[in-house]
Design a protein around this ligand. Structure first.
Ligand SMILES: NC(=O)C1=CN([C@@H]2O[C@H](COP(=O)(O)OP(=O)(O)OC[C@H]3O[C@@H](n4cnc5c(N)ncnc54)[C@H](O)[C@@H]3O)[C@@H](O)[C@H]2O)C=CC1
Ligand SMILES: O=C(CO)COP(=O)(O)O
Ligand SMILES: [Zn+2]
Length: 355
């Protein structure tokens, strides 16, 4: 008997473009959500977009409340949940970079409430996905959470964000190459369920971003457009898969370990980009495609070395040798790398200098 079931949870309205922020109210009206919004934002994002979103809600006859969060923590998620209950909010709107969006996403999952994502930076694909990432104990990877009902990405605002956030978003997309490689390997070796559609979409998204690299330049608003579209596509791939597998393999495990070993030093996307150089080398060897990944990252102005990440060599080796331990996700790291193999890999790829 055929007994497969799948739920693909996707945003209904995705609005991307120059000056679309005021269309947030319209994109939400179409969703027929009941009640008033609770806007979850951060101090900077409030200035660049949050206040305007609140004013537009008021102009449309709503009574919005606001919570300003600074850190991605369960304490912040709890604060949002309590405020939503106290204010009797009907739905949540995350305005900002990855942190306020994750917090709104996680809170809406607990509250069983609709959630809308208004990214002010294109820093990674969490701004459009149904995955939430808040550190808990030793865990840094994402978990299933409420996907946004709508995404409103104003490229004028995103293009004005610090450039490194955009190059981090690019690198998060480029890392899809190795994530899919790891997923296919896990399918072949461990019979992990693989989705051809999600794998192909994720891989194509990385290819299209690299093919369009010429239009990704500091000061060009088109860059924000290209990167946001790629992040949406990557988020859809994760929704089709029902997991982060299409966009997260060993390069993400490496990055999650760096988040523990050297917290707050480098951006998520930049770390996974360097991780991708390393794991592509493991997949295809010295003559393989790792140089294409490195050159694509370098061309976009994303880091390709430990020094450019601002992370010391010892932390790179520690992350490489411990990354296989942190999640039940089979990758090219297998049962783990020993220290000499990790050092050889990191020096062969130029991520660290030979001692
Ligand atoms: N849910 C998921 O699947 C994923 C979640 N994450 C999480 O996302 C977080 C990192 O995301 P980020 O976006 O880097 O963090 P973030 O929300 O802290 O933003 C980074 C910085 O950019 C500033 N910023 C944002 N937009 C701006 C604008 N338009 N103009 C000026 N400044 C602006 C913010 O104020 C902040 O200082 C981490 O907590 C990480 O764990 C990372 C990857 C995937
Ligand atoms: O960052 C992600 C995809 O780009 C999410 O991956 P994780 O599930 O490893 O956190
Ligand atoms: Zn990522």
């Amino acid at each position: 008997m055929f007994d497969k079931t799948t739920w693909i949870r996707l945003p209904r309205n995705v609005v991307v473009g120059h000056g679309v922020l005021p269309q947030t109210t319209e994109a939400i009206a179409e969703l027929h959500l009941a009640g008033d919004p609770l806007v979850v934002t951060s101090p900077t994002a409030r200035e660049v977009a949050g206040e305007r979103v609140v004013d537009d809600f008021v102009a449309n006859g709503m009574e919005p409340a606001t919570v300003v969060v600074e850190q991605a923590s369960f304490e912040a998620v709890e604060r949002v949940i309590e405020t939503a209950r106290a204010e009797e909010a009907g739905f949540l709107v995350g305005v900002g970079g990855g942190k306020p969006i994750d917090i709104a996403k996680m809170a809406s999952d607990s509250l069983d409430m609709g959630f809308v994502s208004v990214p002010t930076a294109a820093s990674h694909d969490g701004i459009v996905s149904g995955r939430g990432s808040v550190p808990e104990g030793d865990s840094r990877h994402s978990v299933a959470a409420e996907p946004p009902l709508a995404v409103v990405a104003d490229t004028e605002i995103i293009a004005d964000a610090p450039w490194e956030l955009t190059t981090a978003g690019c690198a998060d997309i480029i890392s899809n190459y190795t994530a899919v490689r790891d997923w296919q390997l896990a399918h072949r070796l461990q019979n992990v369920e693989y989705s051809e559609y999600a794998g192909a979409l994720s891989q194509m998204t990385a290819e299209m971003l690299v093919d369009n690299a010429d239009s990704i330049k500091q000061g060009l608003e088109e860059s924000a457009w290209v990167v946001v579209k790629a992040l949406v596509s990557s988020g859809v791939a994760m929704s089709i898969a029902g997991s982060s597998r299409p966009a997260s393999g060993a390069e993400h495990l490496f990055s999650h370990q760096l988040d523990r070993i050297a917290p707050g030093t480098a951006l998520h996307g930049h770390q996974v980009g360097v991780g991708s150089i390393l794991t592509e080398y493991l997949h295809s060897g010295e003559a393989g495609r790792w140089t294409n990944i490195r050159d694509a990252l370098a061309g976009l102005g994303a880091p390709t070395t430990a020094a450019e990440l601002g992370i010391d060599d010892a932390a790179i080796i520690e992350a490489l040798t411990s990354a296989h331990e942190i999640r039940d996700r089979y990758t090219i790291l297998g049962n783990g790398m020993n220290e000499s193999a990790a050092r050889e890999l990191a020096t062969a790829t130029g991520v660290i200098d030979r001692a």
